[in-house]
Write a protein that binds this ligand. Structure first.
Ligand code: IPE
Ligand code: IPE
Ligand code: MG
Length: 241
């Protein structure tokens, strides 16, 4: 059933980020293997990508695999990346047709070779697309990202490119994976957890948060629009009056 929403489509958040959580609990609830939950999660993601492009969201960033998710069993980790490869192979043409530009946040050279190749292919094929900018946070951690930025700046100081006194917030931001992008206006987390889990630590300074108990595989277009509607009722101050 499609609901109606009180949304001003001319004032959409330009950058929406999503912590796609709850695949495991969805699988447990259904009595199916965890990997079926991750597969169902991919189906939800397809819907949200398509919807974002249709309504004209500029940036969509999704948390797909964290630097901490390596702690899971090799079976689950291997399965997640297999599902990613499967998704890329099956959906890449469709995403490309939708004019979506794929970008990766995180060090994807550390993921299994097949997945790395699939990711490289997606980046290459969609690099000139001008529609939705679709960031996939893969082997991403906010602290790892900040650590890399600090290293890069320390190197610039060592090479006398900059003086320590001259380091600015903009310089730090430019060294992050999101360099050149606006900060997320809205961060959605599904499945009822009320935390960031190392996602976009720097960039979320003034983001609006939307938490829902809906498990990620059940998150559909209507749930997405509900989140956007809620965002549009917020009053953002950025510290001012
Ligand atoms: C999120 O779902 C997907 C990844 C972290 C890769 P989970 O697998 O964390 O689902 P829950 O939290 O166990 O329900
Ligand atoms: C966050 O979910 C990471 C992703 C959604 C990819 P987790 O399930 O890993 O987060 P925690 O461990 O519950 O904080
Ligand atoms: Mg989880």
């Amino acid at each position: 059933m499609s609901c109606s929403f009180d949304i001003d489509y001319s004032k959409l958040p330009s950058h929406i980020a999503v912590i796609m959580d709850g695949n495991g609990r969805w699988a447990t609830k259904k009595g199916v293997p965890k990997l079926s939950g991750h597969k169902a999660g991919m189906e939800a993601l397809k819907k949200i990508v398509r919807k974002s492009g249709e309504i004209g969201v500029e940036y969509l960033t999704v948390y797909a695999f964290s630097t901490e998710n390596w702690k899971r069993s090799t079976e689950e980790v291997g399965g997640i990346f297999q599902i990613l490869v499967y998704y890329m192979e099956r959906e890449l043409k469709e995403i490309h047709k939708q004019n979506v530009k794929v970008n990766i946040l995180g060090d994807y050279s550390a993921i299994p070779k097949k997945a790395e190749n699939a990711v490289s292919e997606a980046l290459e094929l969609t690099k000139n697309n001008t529609g939705l900018k679709f960031n996939i946070a893969l082997n991403y951690g906010g602290r790892d990202e900040i650590c890399r930025a600090v290293k890069a700046l320390a190197k610039d100081v060592k090479d006398s490119v900059i003086d320590p006194e001259d380091v600015t917030e903009e310089m730090i931001a430019s060294k992050l994976y999101t360099g050149g992008m606006p900060d997320p206006d809205l961060i959605i987390r599904t499945s009822g957890e009320l935390r960031l889990s190392n996602f976009l630590l720097w960039q979320s300074a003034y983001s609006e948060f939307y938490f829902t108990d809906v498990l990620w595989p059940d998150f559909d277009e209507d749930e997405y629009l509900k989140a956007i509607e809620s965002f549009q009722h917020r009053k953002r101050n950025f510290g001012g009056r």
